[in-house]
Design a protein around this ligand. Structure first.
Ligand code: NAD
Length: 498
């Protein structure tokens, strides 16, 4: 397959250049954009073409410690800032991002590859964390009660945990940052944000926007770097740091948890997933295919919530697979800025090789490529939308995060089988269930080990809901009322009979 021919690009090269030129390229430390201490830089690429988009300052360990100095210096006054004032800065951030939605969307498409329509969706989702936590900032309740034996009083209040290290992945460049920064700001914490080196530009523009929204110097510091461990290493050893919140792969998360333990840090870990998408024989098949497309193809499958295993009741498996394959096979692949593009490139050549290795191994093990199954020729890191039928249980592709536009379908006979298959993973992040029988949906949800369950819904992320996993998918929740609790600590004051 070659790339679909598409009409001329609707985004002019001048528009791309002007936008890229407006993005700060330095490190944000103490309210100032500055060069790296050793003058080092690294390049950011367009995954659709492989071309260099920008060169950013690459923070050193020394810069990371300077960022923590700034966060530590700003902590006391930010914690004392009235919750209403913190809320208003967050709300202004929401308004400014919304006003510049097209810039944020285009920047994400350029550095990450997702189609513009999806990037716009991420702007809406990502900005919403600022609005949601602006509303939560003024509602962080404590309690006051009489001790059970009478007379003495118990007062419980929440305080900001202190300076945080926030590490984000490349797949959702805006939302992964706002999902951490917004609750941390709402709670009264200062922070050092380290974005992924593959997609740091959106965080740069986001930080600039928060300064425009009135965020005081030093509250949010941003240190993009070509050396992730060069940033996290010294910070995790520094006793001024009080928390790490990480989103990324499970192996890196485990390493960071071990390092964080040396300093007994508060820890939030949003790690990998291996979402089951279970279709029962009474499901509305049109809705199931529509949901499957959303759960699989959002972000080209490069999402921790991406449906990774399609577990379909035997009697409808063939019908589901052929309808799903027809929908997948009709998608238009191309650069995300091109009109009509529905599937962008994968993030880099290594990611594409990994996806293809899983597909090849599954086919060797007996699976059939109903549609797709190969990389796309030409520039960029494109992979065909792929549906694999008859995937044997135990195939690697069912046990590992695919992180690409590939849907393996396997079958089950009974409800108990479906539950067993769903739970046969070390991950427990998102899951999707399709059936018209609400009691069955609830019964299955009770028995599967996942932090999030969608009932007849292919996309369930929402700023107002607690996002997070169990087992090797991580610890803690982002969003909802739970999100702010990750950034507060509890203080109890015992009051003698007043
Ligand atoms: P990754 O673990 O390679 O990198 C994530 C971040 O950690 C990046 O900023 C990276 O620079 C940094 N990092 C890498 N090695 C490090 C080290 N030794 N010390 C400190 N920092 C280090 O993950 P990725 O490839 O960027 O993202 C994809 C992964 O993220 C997938 O596993 C996906 O499931 C997961 N993810 C999870 C969620 C969630 O909410 N659970 C959301 C999005 C992505």
């Amino acid at each position: 397959m070659t790339r679909s021919s598409v009409p001329p690009a609707s985004v002019s090269p001048e528009r791309e250049t002007d936008l890229l030129d407006s993005v700060p390229t330095g490190l944000l430390i103490g309210g100032q954009w500055r060069d790296a201490s050793d003058g080092g830089t690294f390049d950011v690429h367009d995954p659709a073409t492989g071309e260099v988009l920008a060169a950013l300052a690459s923070a050193t360990s020394e810069d990371a410690l300077a960022a923590l100095d700034a966060a530590d210096a700003a902590q006391a006054s930010w914690a004392r800032t009235a919750p209403r004032q913190r809320a208003e800065i967050l709300r202004r951030g929401f308004d400014l991002i919304t006003a510049r939605a097209e810039d944020f969307a285009l920047l994400m498409t350029l550095e990450m590859g997702k189609p513009l329509a999806e990037a716009r969706g991420e702007v809406t989702y990502g900005a919403e964390f600022l609005r949601w936590f602006s509303e939560e900032a003024v509602r962080d309740y404590g309690r006051y009660l009489t001790a059970p034996e009478g007379k003495n009083k118990i007062l419980v209040q929440h305080k900001p945990v202190g300076p945080c290290l926030l590490i984000t992945p490349w797949n959702f460049p805006l939302a992964m940052a706002t999902r951490k920064v917004a609750p941390a700001l709402a709670a009264g914490c200062t922070m050092v944000l380290k974005p992924a080196k593959l997609t740091p530009l959106t965080s740069q523009l986001f930080a600039q926007t928060m300064l425009e929204a009135g965020l005081p110097a030093g509250v949010l510091n941003v240190v993009a770097s070509s050396s992730a461990s060069g940033i996290s290493g010294p910070l995790l050893k520094d006793s001024r740091l009080r928390k790490i919140s990480f989103t990324g792969s499970t192996p890196v998360g485990k390493r960071l948890m071990a390092d964080a333990a040396q300093n007994v840090l508060r820890t939030s870990m949003e790690l990998g997933g291996n979402a089951p998408f279970i279709v029962f024989d009474d499901a509305d098949l049109d809705k199931a295919v529509e949901g499957a497309m959303a759960a699989k193809m959002r972000n080209m499958g490069e999402a921790c919530t991406a449906a990774n295993r399609f577990i379909v009741q035997g009697s409808i498996a063939q019908e589901f697979t052929s309808r799903f394959a027809a929908a997948m096979g009709s998608l238009t692949t191309g650069r995300g800025t091109e009109p009509g593009t529905q599937v962008g490139p994968l993030i880099d050549g290594g990611a594409r090789d990994d996806v293809h290795a899983l597909v090849s191994a599954a086919i060797d093990a007996g699976a059939e490529a109903v549609t797709g199954g190969s990389p796309v020729d030409g520039a960029g890191y494109f992979y065909q939308p792929t549906v694999l039928g008859n995937v044997p249980n135990g195939a690697d592709i069912l046990n590992q995060e695919i992180f690409g536009p590939v849907a393996p379908v396997t079958t089950f006979a009974t409800e108990e089988d479906a539950i067993r298959l769903a739970n046969s993973s070390e991950y427990g992040l998102a899951s999707y269930l399709y059936s018209k029988d609400f009691n069955r949906l609830l019964r299955v949800a009770e028995q599967i080990e996942f932090g999030m369950v969608g009932f007849n819904a292919g996309v369930i992320s929402n700023a107002a809901a607690p996002f997070g996993g169990v087992k090797h998918s991580g610890l803690g929740r982002e969003g909802g009322s739970e999100g702010i609790a990750e950034y507060t600590t509890t203080q109890y004051i015992g009051i003698a009979d007043p």
